[in-house]
Design a protein around this ligand. Sequence first.
Ligand SMILES: Cc1cc2nc3c(=O)[nH]c(=O)nc-3n(C[C@H](O)[C@H](O)[C@H](O)COP(=O)(O)OP(=O)(O)OC[C@H]3O[C@@H](n4cnc5c(N)ncnc54)[C@H](O)[C@@H]3O)c2cc1C
Length: 377
Amino acid sequence: MLRSKTEELIRKTMARFVDNEVIPRAQEIDVKGEFPWEMFQQMAKMGVFGIRYPKERGGSGGNTTLYCIIMEELSRGLFSVAHVTGMQCLMGTNFLFHFGTEEMHKKYFLPAMRGEKIGCFCLTEPEAGSDLGNVATLAIRTNDGYIINGMKTWVSNGPVADFFTVLCQTDPAKKLRGLGFFFVPGDTPGISRSRPFDLLGTRSSKISEIAFNNCHIPPNHRLSDEGQGLNNLLSILAEIRTVTAAMAVGLGRAALHDSIKYARERAQFGKTISNYQLIQSKIGEMTVDLEASKLLTYRATHMIDEKIPCLPEASMAKYFATEAACKAGDYATRIFGAYGYSMEYTAQRYYRDNRFLLYGGGTHEVLLPNIARWAGL
Ligand SMILES: Cc1cc2nc3c(=O)[nH]c(=O)nc-3n(C[C@H](O)[C@H](O)[C@H](O)COP(=O)(O)OP(=O)(O)OC[C@H]3O[C@@H](n4cnc5c(N)ncnc54)[C@H](O)[C@@H]3O)c2cc1C
């Protein structure tokens, strides 16, 4: 699967970091439910946030494959760390990088790469989840910029963010064709944040509502042209779905690893449970699913790196790897028996965290009809 020495090196470096620094503390961090500040800083020091961006503009000069390898490894350790890191690498900074002014680059992008500022991505609204044509947050043009009014929800990193990339409507009659992205600094008067949501999984991720009440921004805070929001989103959608798949692979690997270990240790009826065929079949299924997930995921990353359009391939990877991770989490809780139901063991965390994958990057009810269309239906 690995195609270059760099991929191998990044994989080994991240795997070592995850084994030594993340896994030993994962349960404690998850139980405390605090934003993983220390690991966030470690990611910055390792140059992870800039992995998708060129060196000459402050990035680390990597590509989507390297980004996904990192995210897979982090997800194997603690899903929340992968989640907050993934947002900072891609959705939280991407449009700032491509459309921000030189001043914004210095003031926000470069500090974000150093872990000094946090970005986030605001699409979803109380009445607009899958249906982005229903986005009601308005950006009204004035003589000296824009006034933004509206409410965003489910904003990952929202409670701790220093700046927001916000999808707004500039012409409600145009629906999807009236959307555009805007850059809103976190200290803009009129912004308010709800308390962090109480979550089923990813307990250390911080997610909240963000309200924009008459927020004034200058004209150069419009990221690309009015009406280009959908195209902008489509330009990174394959990458969003592929990285979600990579995170699913990481969770699937963790569930499989811990299930094998447990099955080899736990003895019932005079033998370890690894001797029983129904346990073996679960481990077998998890293994095959995982291998297929990896193939789909890294096929998509390589296509992205080669600039080959691959939304169908990315969507299939996201769908398959997510369903596989959900199944692996479910199987792990069964293999662990009653201990799968205990908060002291890892299986429950994989079972809870993998639910996130069902929504992030698009729900499967929305993805599957598109996949069917791409297949020719
Ligand atoms: C942990 C977490 C982090 C998130 N982080 C962010 C973030 O940082 N920024 C952000 O903007 N959003 C974020 N989201 C929100 C996420 O993008 C949305 O949950 C997702 O877009 C789905 O929207 P919804 O939850 O409103 O579901 P809805 O769109 O209301 O869907 C509800 C149900 O109806 C189904 N459905 C909807 N439309 C159709 C259809 N046409 N055909 C068939 N079935 C349909 C869905 O599949 C789902 O089962 C996050 C969500 C979670 C859980």
